[in-house]
Each structure stands twice: as structure tokens, then as C-alpha cells.
Design a protein around this ligand. Structure first.
Ligand code: UD1
Length: 338
């Protein structure tokens, strides 16, 4: 059995589906601070399984303890965290308190209740503006430029130190590149609250007429078309990486108590290429304009995925075109667009 903290959210719900389809029992814990029950409901519709759900804030250790007492999971996938970069700069303590405390509570309780395996959802943000591309897991981390980014680095360190020191614990940090798209059923997907900060939800909301115009942040970067390059990873592929990571630890195939894997496609795609592809595959015209650069953006980053390919036996499978179709299918579904 696997505890998925933050399992009602975007990546958490997709991972819950993949775990169930791989034969795992799952319990979802989420405080619904940035999600709602539609994610859990979507998982039920897709899998036909009524996943146990506990509304709990992982920062509330005594409440979280009840989940550990009640459910006999051996593994935890820890997603529960805040993730808005700009907000974290404006209110860093909110991010440090939430993201660090929840991580520490999960690790403490895993020790106390003798649960073995933990996967932590880290981010390519830890690499900052890397000196060499693509980035490998050995590429040095750069000093974080946001509290959000800093919490990802600090949580990686907490996990590394804890699993190294304490017997019976193993951990894997997955460094996600840019997760996009939705489940092929269009029953779960990304559901940002308020104005989307990330590119693909902004694109789909613009296509749906909710946003007037997409701003492409910068076309004067030193890249082939002047817009930034990212490694856009399909959310279902990303979800499957979690299943493989859990399996690796359960089967004792891990080579160290703490391991890190990049989870991306290995391709750098520009913002303008992504916009063009979205229009082409969905046969629509997107209202967009070139806008000034966004503060804090890195120019280019994409993953060297050889470690995940060779060690985990995992690789990204879904074509970008299909992922972009799924993103639009999901947006249409939630907006009731035919
Ligand atoms: C951002 C965070 C990263 C976090 C990730 C989570 C920053 C600097 N980084 O990554 O730490 O892990 O989200 O999902 O915020 N873009 C536009 N117009 C838009 C929105 C985005 O042109 O309206 C461009 C951005 O300039 C960037 C690309 O699209 O070049 C991707 O942006 P985004 O989806 O926000 O992801 P990241 O910035 O890569």
C-alpha cells in the first residue's frame, strides 16, 4: 500500500491512477488547499476504485499520525507542497513553514511507524541556470532564486540526511522538468486556481476564451527562435516514473539508500514551438503576443534522462503532440466546450 500525500492535486491524481493500475492499494491524504475532490472523483471514475481519502494537512503532525495508525502502507509518495514561485518570493515563510514542516512530519512518522520507502517530488528548479546542457543528476545545484526553489533543495537534503542516517528508510527524489498535459480520459488534469502561472494552462485557458491573450515572455533570448527552452514532460509518463521508483525500493533494486533521477523527455522545446504545436494539433488559432521577459526565468533547461532510462528502465513515451491534444481535451471537458 502507498500513501500519496497531495494525491488530490494535478500530479498526485495522475500518479494515484497509475499506482492503482499497477495493482497497488493507495490511500490519498490532501488538505485540499490547492485542489478539490474532483481529482479524487476523477481517479474513481477512471479506475473504478474508491480510493480511501483523508482530508489532512501534513503540517498537522497529530492529524497525520492518525493516517499512519489507520493505514498499513509501506511507501509514501510525498507531493503535498505549495508550488507558486512568485507567491513564495512575496511570502517566503508561508513556503518554508508548509513545505519543510510537512516533509519533516512525514519522515518522522515514517520512522516512528516503520514505513520504508519514500519518493519526494523535487524539481529541475534546483539546477537554476545550469552551465551545461542537458543537465545530469551530477550537474551542480545553483543557489535558489525563490523560497519555493529553496524548499525543494532543502527537502532533498532533509530526505538525503534522514534516509542515510536512519535504518529501514530509503528515498528517491524525482526532479521533474515541466509537467504538462492530462490523462487520456480527460477526467483529471491541471486545475490552477486564479490566473495560471504556468505556460500550458495559460494556453488552454486562452484557447477556451477565459484569458484574452497569452503573453510569450521574451523573444530575445540566445536560443534558436529567441524564446526560452524547456523540457515538457507528459504528466502520465511522469506519474509512471513514481510507480517505477516505488517498485525499485520495494524490490530492493536501489543502489543507494538515497537516489535522484531526472524525469524529463531529454528534448528542449521553445515557448514559440510549443504554441505553434498546440495550434496545429488542435486546429485552432491562439491569441498571443510577445511580451517582456519574466523576472527569474532561466533561458534554457532540459534533462539528460540516461540515468532514469538505464537505472529505472523508465522513459517518456507520449509524443508532445498527443500531450498537447490531451491538455486541450481536458480544458474543453471542464469548460463544457464541444
Ligand atoms: C516554473 C518555475 C519552476 C517550477 C515550475 C512548476 C519559474 C522561474 N520556475 O517553471 O521553479 O518548478 O514552474 O511548474 O517560475 N511562459 C510564457 N507565458 C506564460 C507562462 C509561461 O511565455 O504565460 C514561458 C516562461 O517564460 C517559460 C515557459 O513558458 O519560458 C515555461 O514557464 P512555466 O510553465 O511557468 O514553467 P517554468 O518557468 O519552467
Amino acid at each position: 500500500m502507498v500513501l500519496v500525500s497531495g494525491g488530490a492535486g494535478y500530479i498526485g491524481s495522475h500518479t494515484t491512477v497509475e499506482l492503482i493500475e499497477a495493482g497497488y492499494d493507495v490511500v490519498v491524504a490532501d488538505n485540499l488547499s490547492n485542489s478539490d475532490m474532483s481529482g479524487v472523483e476523477g481517479v474513481r471514475k477512471i479506475t473504478g476504485v474508491e480510493v480511501p481519502f483523508v482530508q489532512v494537512d501534513c503540517c498537522d503532525k497529530e492529524a497525520l499520525r492518525e493516517v499512519f495508525k489507520k493505514y498499513d502502507f509501506d511507501s509514501v509518495i510525498h507531493f503535498a507542497a505549495f508550488k507558486a514561485v512568485g507567491e513564495s518570493v512575496a511570502d517566503p515563510m508561508k513556503y518554508y513553514r508548509n513545505n519543510l514542516l510537512s516533509m519533516m512530519n512525514v519522515v518522522d512518522l515514517m520512522r516512528e511507524y516503520k514505513r520504508q520507502n519514500i519518493v519526494f517530488s523535487s524539481s529541475a528548479t534546483v539546477y537554476g541556470e545550469a552551465e551545461e546542457l542537458p543537465v545530469t543528476e551530477q550537474t551542480p545545484r545553483q543557489a535558489a532564486t525563490s523560497a519555493y526553489g529553496n524548499t525543494k533543495q532543502m527537502c532533498e537534503d532533509i530526505l538525503r540526511d534522514a534516509v542515510t542516517a536512519y535504518e529501514g528508510l530509503k528515498g528517491i527524489a524525482l526532479r521533474y522538468f515541466n509537467p504538462i498535459g492530462a490523462h487520456p480520459s480527460a477526467l483529471i488534469g491541471e486545475l490552477p486556481r486564479g490566473v495560471p502561472q504556468n505556460l500550458v494552462p495559460f494556453i488552454t485557458q486562452t484557447a477556451a476564451g477565459i484569458r484574452e491573450c497569452l503573453s510569450v515572455f521574451g523573444n530575445d533570448y540566445p536560443t534558436p527562435d529567441g524564446s526560452c527552452l524547456r523540457d515538457y514532460i507528459d504528466v502520465v509518463d511522469l506519474a509512471k516514473a513514481h510507480v517505477v521508483a516505488i517498485e525499485r525500493m520495494i524490490e530492493g533494486k536501489n543502489k543507494a539508500k538515497y537516489e535522484i533521477f531526472n524525469i524529463g523527455t531529454g528534448n528542449g522545446v521553445s515557448v514559440l514551438e510549443l504554441v505553434e504545436s498546440f495550434q496545429r494539433v488542435n486546429d485552432l488559432k491562439l491569441n498571443y503576443k510577445i511580451a517582456p521577459r519574466r523576472a527569474g526565468d532561466v533561458v534554457a533547461i532540459w534533462a539528460d534522462t540516461s540515468l532514469a532510462n538505464n537505472e529505472l528502465g523508465w522513459r517518456a513515451e507520449r509524443e508532445l503532440d498527443d500531450t498537447l491534444r490531451s491538455a486541450w481535451a481536458w480544458e474543453k471537458n471542464i469548460r463544457g466546450i464541444k
